[in-house]
Design a protein around this ligand. Structure first.
Ligand code: FAD
Ligand code: NDP
Length: 452
């Protein structure tokens, strides 16, 4: 009887062992910043078995921006492994084999449900425990859902969101099953504009509904928005502005959506609906354990959080934006990549006892829709000066805008720019030259940035 008991205890012990695992470094999250952080660890020198990436997604880190662009293309759509990180920035494509070859444990389909920072332990939904010396939080954002606001019928079939590859696959299925059908897009931000364009290219009859007076109103000026809105209208997209979805009508048998009820009383027919009403950073695992700021996890210039040996990168980090002397959070891919590299450099520099430069980030946002492509650098504050030709019927439209505050160029937007021109507007927003005559600047337009 004693032997059986001992055997049982030993068995339990080994089971416990297999349930608990230690890594020197753990990256929690398997998105853009996780992939770029892994590459940086490999560049800096990594011992086999030291690093694990824990991700609830079923695939290795990929360039998320592809999901609302190439992934939705009707002709030769982009599919993995084509857009694994780091191809989006012109780097090496990290296939699953790359992680194996570099001795990095890629733990996919693994959701962390509890994080105990003082115990340095993460617990997964299946009860496994992962312990670490250093943790990098890279959990990104989740799509804000209309069900969060109790919108009636918001859980109907064929209402889609777009955050990860699983969502993208469901949307592609939806598009296939409703060929030439009616699509309603709720939200006039990044997802709304990119997915609205993609669905139109897929030949759906698209209506976009947004509550603002013009699209992307947090960034676009009225003039910039007027260009894109005319362009969309010319492509056959209907725009319903200044109202929002307050409920959905359902087909009683299938539970599929059939109509979108608007605040102004109208009802739009819909075979599919795509909702893009914002992203919320995933920080809840750390609530009460770590300092937060502006909805994200507060970090310093090296992405160190208030808890020692814990870093936060990408969408979740609220970091000092040195150029504006302000704490900011950025939900865009360029920062996800660069913050990842900075954090890993800082970790490795700390181990070697050397110093690295503080993060000095210049905001870059961009988008691509139809044959259009824009970039924005800097800060959209102050007076605006539009330049170029914002004619939506031009064969190759090229126009832009500067933002001037206290006589200095703070932000610059450019549609249709070449690499050289985009670099010029980046440079001007970094240097912030003094402008004396706004009319002269409008006349000079892009050539002002190019000659700097
Ligand atoms: P993410 O890339 O979102 O990665 C977070 C990862 O953490 C995910 O894999 C998630 O599943 C995982 N995770 C979260 N919680 C847990 C948990 N508890 N357990 C395990 N895993 C977890 N930005 C641009 O600048 N340009 C673009 O064109 C652009 N296009 C975009 C298109 C789409 C459809 C979307 C959704 C975003 C786009 N963005 C774009 C934004 C950009 O992709 C994000 O800013 C970037 O992905 C942030 O990187 P991240 O690593 O912080 O988060
Ligand atoms: P955005 O924040 O870009 O846009 C959200 C839109 O939804 C805005 O028009 C907003 O209006 C509106 N909205 C907010 N709340 C409600 C509500 N309750 N009811 C109706 N409308 C509402 O978010 P997206 O969903 O477009 O994008 C999600 C995330 O993905 C963001 O982090 C974004 O940065 C990222 N992304 C980036 C891309 C890029 O950089 N090219 C491409 C795709 C996604 P209001 O302004 O009035 O609040």
């Amino acid at each position: 009887e004693k032997t059986t008991k001992v055997k049982e205890l030993l068995h339990r012990g080994s089971l416990y062992e297999s349930l608990e695992k230690f890594f020197k470094y753990i990256i929690l999250g398997g998105g853009v910043s996780a992939g770029y952080a892994a590459r940086e660890f490999a560049r800096e020198g990594l011992k086999r078995g030291d690093l694990a990436i824990i991700s609830k997604e079923p695939v290795a880190p990929y360039e998320r921006p592809a999901l609302s662009k190439g992934y939705l293309s009707p002709e030769s759509p982009s599919r993995l492994p084509v857009f694994h990180v780091c191809v989006g920035s012109g780097g090496q494509r990290l296939l699953p084999e790359w992680y194996r070859e570099n001795g990095i444990s890629l733990l996919l389909n693994t959701q962390v449900v509890n994080a105990d920072l003082s115990m340095k332990a993460l617990t997964t939904s299946t009860g496994r425990i992962f312990k670490y010396e250093t943790l990098i939080i890279a959990t990104g954002s989740t799509a804000v859902n209309l069900t969060d606001f109790g919108v009636e019928g918001a859980d109907a079939k064929n209402i889609f969101y777009l955050r990860d590859i699983g969502d993208a696959e469901k949307l592609v299925e939806g598009i296939r099953s409703k060929r030439k059908g009616k699509a309603v897009i709720v939200g006039g931000g990044y997802i709304g504009l990119e997915v609205g364009a993609a669905l139109r290219i897929n030949n759906l009859d698209v209506t976009m509904v947004y509550r603002e007076a013009w699209c992307m109103s947090r960034l676009f000026t009225l003039e910039i928005a007027a260009f894109y809105e005319s362009y969309y209208t010319n492509k056959g997209i209907k725009l319903v502005k200044g109202t929002s979805a307050i409920g959905f009508n359902l087909k009683s048998r299938s539970g599929e959506v059939k109509g979108v009820r608007l605040k102004d009383g109208k009802v739009l027919q819909a075979d599919i609906v795509v909702v893009g009403i914002g992203g919320r950073p995933l920080t809840s695992l750390f609530k009460g354990q770590i300092e937060e700021d502006k909805g994200g996890i507060k970090t310093d210039e090296f992405f160190r959080t208030s808890f020692s040996d814990v870093y936060a990168i990408g969408d979740v980090a609220t970091f000092p934006m040195k150029i504006y002397n302000e704490m900011r959070r950025v939900q865009h891919v360029d920062h996800a990549r660069k913050s990842a590299e900075q954090a890993v450099k800082a970790i490795k520099a700390g181990e070697r006892g050397v110093y690295i430069e503080e993060y000095d980030y210049l905001p870059l946002f961009y988008s691509r829709v139809f044959d259009l492509s824009w970039k924005f650098y800097g800060d959209n504050i102050g007076e605006t000066v539009i330049f170029g030709d914002p004619d939506p019927l031009s064969k190759k439209p090229k126009f832009g805008s500067y933002w001037i505050q206290s006589g200095k160029v703070k932000g610059a937007f450019l549609e249709g720019g070449t690499n050289e021109e985009n670099e010029a507007i980046a440079k001007i927003t970094r240097l912030q030259p003094t402008i004396v005559d706004l009319e002269e600047l409008a006349k000079e337009g892009l050539s002002y940035a190019l000659k700097l």
